[in-house]
Design a protein around this ligand. Structure first.
Ligand code: GLP
Length: 248
């Protein structure tokens, strides 16, 4: 696993932006796996800036998001579809028909999950998967306890995730209790993974993911078994690492 420690959030976002832009330039029809959360917002701002400057085009890019809350309309301001439109898709030259976010309002959620996996397969698989990390070590909404070979499915959110994410809702009671999420097995199949993390509140999860034993207690630790996974993190998120890592 590669680790790049950046000075601060802006440097982390620029570094991750460079990695994404280079890959899209090398393969214009790249299949991206995308993530939500406050952490990737700076990276998305970088991609928008590069797109507007004519440095990178999303015309042929296809995307699959990691997850979506069960029960939220796509137009709900806390849905992940809404987030992706607002933070990236509305501002770049992407064809929205080529962007997929699981449908958390599907009548048959199990069929939605199976169809999502099929669509990823039909697209040739994810070339580059972006991840954030939850303070409990979750990726997407693959929570502690998730199996390392798990596929896209309906998952129950843990109390700690509900609490972390309640800051974005009017009250804790408004946070959905379930989500559709890619599984660890799905994520590990992508050809390349980039995980971004900043802030001290992520330092424990980052240290367990990078330096702990791979365990379902910290789903991100399974990335240690991926052949091309890079953590791009700021100094605060790296503050509990014991090893020496590349600095950018
Ligand atoms: C949510 C998302 C994750 C994200 C996590 C951390 O739970 N499902 O994909 O990584 O939040 O979010 P933030 O970047 O806001 O800390």
């Amino acid at each position: 696993m590669k680790v790049i420690v950046c000075k601060d959030y802006d440097a982390m976002s620029r570094k991750a932006g460079e990695i994404f832009a280079e890959r899209i330039k090398a393969k214009p029809g790249l299949v991206l796996g995308l993530a939500t959360g406050s952490t990737p917002e700076g990276l998305y701002a970088e991609l928008i800036r590069m797109n507007k400057a004519g440095d990178v085009s999303f015309k042929e890019v296809r995307t699959f998001n990691l997850d979506e809350y069960v029960g939220l309309e796509p137009g709900h301001d806390q849905s992940y579809r809404y987030f992706m439109n607002a933070k990236l898709f509305d501002h770049v030259d992407i064809d929205k028909a080529n962007t997929r976010v699981p449908n958390g309002k599907a009548d048959d959620l199990a069929s939605e999950c199976a169809a999502y996996e099929e669509a990823m397969k039909a697209a040739g698989g994810v070339d580059l998967q972006l991840l954030g990390i939850g303070s409990n070590g979750h990726v997407g909404f693959a929570e502690p306890g998730s199996p390392s070979d798990g596929r896209t499915s309906v998952v129950d959110l843990t109390e700690s995730t509900i609490k972390d994410n309640s800051r974005l809702f009017a009250s804790t009671g408004d946070v959905p209790r379930q989500a559709i999420s890619m599984g660890i097995g799905t994520i590990l199949e992508s050809r390349q993974v980039v995980l971004v993390a900043n802030k001290e509140s992520k330092a424990d999860a980052v240290a367990r993911a990078i330096e702990g034993e791979p365990t379902t207690d910290c789903p991100a630790s399974f990335l240690q078994g991926h052949p091309d996974a890079t953590f791009v993190i700021d100094e605060a998120a790296a503050s509990k690492l014991k090893g020496e890592y590349e600095r950018a």
